[in-house]
Ligand binder design. Sequence first.
Ligand code: NAP
Length: 274
Amino acid sequence: MESAQEFSVSELFSVEGKTILVTGGTSGLGLQMATGFLQNGARVVIASRKQANCDAALESLSALGEVHALAADVTSAAGRSSLVDFTTEKFGQLDVLVNNAGTNYAAQIEDYSDEAFEKVINTNVSAVFSLTRDLTPLLSKAATAESTARVINIGSMDGIHVPVVQRIPTFAYSASKASLHHLTKTLAIHLASKHIVVNAVAPGFFASKMTDYVFDHYLEDIEADCPLKRVGQPAEIVGIVVYLASRAGAYTNGTVIPVDGGCSISKGHRDWLD
Ligand SMILES: NC(=O)c1ccc[n+]([C@@H]2O[C@H](COP(=O)([O-])OP(=O)(O)OC[C@H]3O[C@@H](n4cnc5c(N)ncnc54)[C@H](OP(=O)(O)O)[C@@H]3O)[C@@H](O)[C@H]2O)c1
């Protein structure tokens, strides 16, 4: 029986001293997660394609703690190896990998090219698999049966239901996120023997570069469609990843956790609820 002391929130949800890599950590949700991890004493590596984005994020984060920013494209083998090499040299192990980098593409079906479809699948699914595979040895070094290493995949409510904003279809995006949720479960089973747990978070609508356009054009509809009648706030995404990265999340494995105000279970019910 653990002592009452160990059930304090500060112990249970601590990420202090953990090494955490957040892909796409230079913007939107990833930047918010990196901020939350740093404010709670983790050592954080963020990565995204553009050096300018890395520089800007580093400037805003460096006062918060130990943070490193690498320009690396997760869809390229060279980009992934630079992340593996850096993490190996700097820390020798990795406690938490957050596969957050993602992309979207919206167009009517007749204009939806093969190249656009492939880019979304490559970024949102294939790169998550490849980077997780490449970092498994470093995650494994940090992991024990009691203190598991963590992979947190950022999926989407659009991988659970058919996207709400149907005026601009996002065929590849919703398919990619449904696929990522399933990949999460497959990886969870396979990496369990190495004491690595794998979970997905499925956000609803949060303000970011990715949602700029739909927020500008359809915010009223988006809010009306949500049971809570609002979009998500940064603390609500930071909270779930801190939980999954902490002692409290050590035994949670193979789940897809919606953080969407109930949107993914209520689509089409708007008239009944109002
Ligand atoms: N915002 C929402 O409402 C929402 C809802 C559900 C799910 N999500 C998911 O949340 C994650 C973050 O999205 P966001 O809304 O925060 O969008 P965002 O502000 O556009 O951020 C995307 C991040 O990913 C990076 N990135 C894109 N492609 C990359 C690549 N190939 N290699 C490395 N980094 C790459 C971008 O930086 P560079 O351009 O410098 O590469 C950027 O830092 C995504 O997986 C998204 O699908 C978001």
